[in-house]
Ligand binder design. Structure first.
Ligand SMILES: [Zn+2]
Length: 1014
């Protein structure tokens, strides 16, 4: 085979594409016969100089090919000498298996308040070696509570792992293992199997964010190991690379951080990074795509050249789309060759009516308000079948190491030949040129959009093709893929800003460009809906679809579900509506046509030689008229409430707590999926789906009274919500997304976790932090001017009478620091005996972003200069993670004067006035008090009779914060949050949060009986 060198060039549309690691390096022949050896190495810990993190040192390993060797070497960090300086760890030359490699690895470790960020570089100067994989660093030994932990993985729309067995048996999400651990690993990012390169690990007592922040979108996967004996997990990212002699590879920033809150906080962390480095989401997508309810996908002519829909039938397709409520049509198989045949040639077929008839059909669709998308495959080219193959296709095919092209087959009928398809390498200009020409052709035919089928749906491939414009080998479909699509979109938009690009397959880096995703992705299929019903309505699954992950991280997303059947099941339609997805029906074969036109329900025999049938089970379950009427009703419902359901921002369950009314046959909240959408005007609506088999009385807490309740079609809006039904509750409150709910960040542990450790001691504060919460502490100034923690005015109660002096008159050095506040009352003889009060500086060491320390100042303003000195000397506490609270108005003012960057909340009782004649506080009283003290808000005693939603709203509308103390019952806390308070101070944060989580959905046993995975 003769090869010509083609000029590949970085794509203008993607500023991130460059080839640092390939420049100037000699190209290795794809045919050099390297053989591999994996050596089994003893792990020797000689990491004295290494930083430790969690329970382990920085840990990495690499796979290295050596020319002439039979197997690759496994080079591990623990076997290397390390030079450590500050946060820089340098290894090299590397040794392995008695061999020295002229390579250097540098890992830089940066501390952040809640974790660590790693970056680094691998340099290879060894002419006989090539690095093929870099694994690490690793987040090690994360203790998990197997009964409460979850791991959130962005596989497709999302997946949640719930199962952490103690016996080490492979089951549920765990697909490999040995005596010491079980493991699971994603496929490669970027692909529909790993749509964003981060995961969240909810340990049962806090959440870890583990991510790779890689602006270049290079290939990577993530693996999790569960060590069932130690009950801990580790997380490691794996980077397939090709680092040849002379190359320098940069390790993308790898972040391991504890976040305040649950997985939502991790999602927000990723999104915040994504927004700093990627073009704005949907910035190149036309606005009209937001109004799509979904599409009718039709294959007009099949692979066996059976002609099912001539172009003159487009009006009949419009009838079908309208009958199902869909406002767009995707034309597939519209060409001379039919579907999956003769690619990349796409010409209008004279036998189907020719180009003019096609144009007329599209114009008729437009007249009826229906958008049209025209298909081409974004990667497939049939081997040997077209002129393009001879001229360009063979040269630009993605190639294996042995030089042969990767070949895929799509054999749709048993009685026709198997066609072979090679893949176009996106670095090659001829592939770009052909795809651009096809998009322009679609535009000339009058289409509104062009679909690159499969282009978003494939994992990266290692391409060994010479002359493609990339180093050899190189992972294709990574950094160049979003740029490839963006470039074509830009070229189309130069003449028509409203032209939309669609891809099959979903992942984050495409989000700037794509108008609608045709979701071929986990959690997009009917089987995922069934799994979700099992996991949420009955018991808990070992792992389950969790579409919340992608929807919440990217609430702007417009994507279809995936349904290769000419009708949709009721539950599938409801699933789409409640998650803000778009629907799909697919008409692919002749019996599908008869089904949608004549209402004839086909049998298996009707499909003859067809290999992959639509869901006959679905088609037989509901009469065609009933199925299409419900789908239309839901699409109309979504359009009627488009400001929420199509154009709104999906915020999951932020600010709402959904329960069923007492006495309902349904256990509280189980079997209900409720999702909140916020419109551009700040109002909200909550879409609720009852996927249980019992009617449910729905109560939505958090947004006040609904202004309206709506349901699709003629479905009832009164009484209990019937099984497999949806409703929309619309709220006028413009409270944005700030309404809080029980969470790690919103419960403040009063005097520390004072139910489980003695109040106002370091053990009580540490317990709060270890459990994931912030806390409140009380402080006094001692006679020798130290700021220390204590609640009462004198030392009597919590020293069990050992000391009776007033706090302000006792000396820290000689008295307070000797006092035992860990043995009074119920703590007598406990493990806390001998605990002394804490100094403020010791308390501030525990400050963490994402949760708050409330410092209650018990004294007059004389203490404030001493507080300021303590703050000046420490580094953890910041205005983000510390608040002051105090009843004393003068102290309040002094704090705002000397430490203005810190927030201060004025403490208030629910009733005020002289003894015997106390009256409930009013909003006016509270606002006056806040103004007089110059505070940032109020921290008020909670009395559910007095602290009403109206009172809270008035104070917040005046521009102040509203917090409450001290609430120890979950029902009372839920009331408080529902009324708009921002935090609740409590003696039993963990107990309440555990109860809240248990009530919401989880009846967990360590060995669940139902496996909802698929
Ligand atoms: Zn290539």
């Amino acid at each position: 085979m003769k090869e010509t060198v083609m000029q590949g060039k970085p794509y203008a549309g993607n500023p991130h594409v460059r080839f640092d690691e390939g420049a100037g390096a000699p190209r290795h022949s794809g045919r050099s016969a390297l053989l591999y050896k994996r050596s089994i190495l003893d792990a020797v810990a000689l990491m004295a100089a290494m930083a430790t993190f969690a329970a382990g040192p920085v840990s990495w390993d690499m796979e290295v090919e050596i020319e002439g060797a039979k197997e690759p070497l496994s080079v591990e960090s623990v076997q290397q000498k390390c030079r450590a300086e500050g946060g820089r760890f340098e290894y090299g030359p590397l040794t392995c298996d008695g061999r020295t490699l002229d390579m250097k690895v540098v890992v830089n470790v940066r501390d952040t308040p809640n974790g660590k960020v790693y970056s680094g570089v691998v340099e290879n100067n060894d002419s006989r070696a090539r690095v093929t994989m870099f694994n690490g660093p690793r987040l090690g030994a994360v203790a998990l509570d197997p009964a409460r932990a979850h791991i959130y993985i962005p596989s497709g729309f999302g997946r949640r792992l719930n199962y952490f067995p103690l016996d080490g048996k492979k089951s549920g999400p765990w697909d490999a293992g040995n005596d010491s651990f079980l493991c699971t690993e994603t496929k490669l990012y970027p692909s529909p199997y790993f749509t964003m390169p981060w995961i969240a690990v909810d340990t049962g007592g806090g959440t870890w964010y583990a991510a790779v922040h890689d602006v270049r979108e290079r290939a990577k996967r993530v693996g999790v190991r569960w060590y069932h004996r130690e009950k801990n997990a580790d997380v490691r990212f794996r980077h397939p690379v090709s680092i040849r002699a002379g190359d320098r590879w940069e390790l993308p920033e790898t972040v391991f951080e504890k976040v305040g809150g649950d997985w939502h906080a991790a999602a927000k962390r990723y999104r915040a990074w994504f927004d700093t480095t990627h073009p704005a989401v949907r910035s190149a997508a036309p606005d009209w795509t937001r109004d799509l309810t979904g599409w009718l996908l039709v294959i007009m002519k099949q692979q066996n050249e059976e002609l099912m829909w001539p172009y003159t039938d487009i009006p009949r397709l419009c009838d079908v789309a309208e009958r199902n409520g869909l406002n767009s049509i995707g034309l597939f198989g519209w060409t001379v060759g039919g579907h999956d045949h003769l690619y990349p040639d796409y010409d209008a077929d004279p036998k189907m009516g020719g180009a003019e008839a096609l144009k007329a059909g599209i114009a008729e669709a437009h007249r009826r308000g229906i958008r049209v998308c025209i298909y081409a495959n974004g990667q497939l080219q049939q081997v040997g079948a077209t002129k393009f193959w001879g001229e360009h296709g063979e040269k630009i095919a993605i190639r294996r190491r042995d030089g042969s092209p990767y070949v895929q087959t799509y054999h749709k009928y048993k009685d026709i030949p198997v066609y072979q398809f090679a893949l176009g390498c996106l670095y090659c200009e001829p592939w770009h040129d052909r795809m651009l020409a096809l998009a322009r052709q679609a535009q000339r035919l009058g289409a509104d959009a062009f679909e690159f089928d499969q282009l978003g749906a494939m994992e990266p491939y290692e391409c060994w093709g010479e002359g493609h414009g990339h180093p050899v080998p190189h992972y294709s479909h990574c950094e160049e893929r979003a740029g490839f699509i963006r470039r074509i979109a830009d070229e189309m938009h130069a003449t028509d800003k409203d032209f939309a690009i669609v891809t099959e397959g979903l992942y984050d880096a495409h989000l700037a460009t794509i108008g609608m995703f045709h979701a071929w992705t986990p959690s997009a299929f009917m089987k995922d809906v069934n799994a979700l019903k099992v996991s949420r309505a009955t018991s808990c699954a070992k792992s389950e679809p969790f579409p919340e992950i992608f929807r919440y991280t990217f609430p702007e997303l417009v994507t279809t579900t995936r349904n290769p059947t000419p009708m949709m099941r009721r539950s599938f339609v409801n699933y789409g509506a409640v998650f803000g997805l778009r629907h799909e029906i697919e008409i692919r074969y002749m019996p599908d046509r008869t089904y949608v036109l004549d209402g004839k329900v086909p049998t298996k025999a009707d499909y003859g030689e067809v290999k992959n049938l639509p869901s006959l089970e679905a088609m037989h379950a509901e009469p065609p008229v009933v199925a299409s009427a419900y789908m239309k009703a839901v699409c109309d419902f979504q359009r009627a409430h488009a400001k929420y359901l199509l154009r709104g921002t999906f915020v999951d369950d932020e600010g709402i707590a959904v329960t069923s009314r007492a006495g309902s046959p349904l256990p509280a909240a189980s079997g209900l999926v409720a999702k909140r959408f916020v419109a551009d005007d700040g109002t909200s609506a909550v879409c609720v789906w009852n996927l249980s088999d019992k009617p449910a009385d729905v109560v939505i807490n958090g947004l006040g009274q609904p202004q309206g309740v709506f349901a699709p079609g003629n479905e009832s809006v009164a009484g209990p919500l019937a099984p497999d039904s949806i409703r929309l509750y619309v709220f006028q409150a413009t409270c944005g997304t700030s309404v809080a709910k029980p969470d790690y960040a919103t419960f403040i542990c009063h005097r520390g976790e004072s139910e489980d450790a003695p109040e106002n001691t370091l053990p009580a504060y540490k317990m709060a932090v270890d459990r994931g919460f912030g806390f409140e502490c009380d402080i006094y100034l001692s006679a020798d001017k130290r700021v220390f923690t204590f609640h009462d005015r004198n030392l009597k109660r919590t020293t069990a009478g050992a000391c009776t002096k007033k706090c302000a008159e006792a000396n820290w050095e000689t008295e307070i620091s000797k006092a035992d506040v860990g043995g009074w009352g119920k703590w007598k003889g406990s493990r806390f005996a001998g605990t002394r009060p804490a100094l403020l500086e010791e308390v501030l060491e525990l400050a963490r972003d994402g949760r708050q320390i409330y410092v209650e100042v018990k004294t007059g303003p004389e203490i404030v200069p001493y507080i300021k000195k303590v703050f000046a000397k420490q580094k953890n506490a910041t205005p983000k993670n510390v608040r002051f609270i105090t009843f004393k108005r003068k102290t309040c003012r002094k704090l705002k004067k000397l430490m203005p960057e810190y927030k201060v909340y004025w403490l208030a009782w629910a009733k005020v006035g002289p003894k015997g004649a106390k009256k409930p506080v009013t909003a006016e009283y509270l606002i006056d008090g806040i103004k007089a003290t110059r505070a940032d808000g109020v921290d008020c005693q909670f009395d559910s009779e007095i602290v009403t939603a109206d009172l809270v709203k008035k104070v917040k509308d005046a521009g102040y914060e509203f917090h409450v103390w001290t609430v120890d019952k979950l029902d009372e806390s839920l009331k408080a949050f529902a009324r708009g308070v921002q935090t609740v101070t409590t003696n039993c944060a963990k107990k309440q949060l555990d109860e809240y989580k248990a009530r919401r959905s989880w009846k967990r046993t360590v060995s669940p009986s139902t496996d909802g995975s698929n």
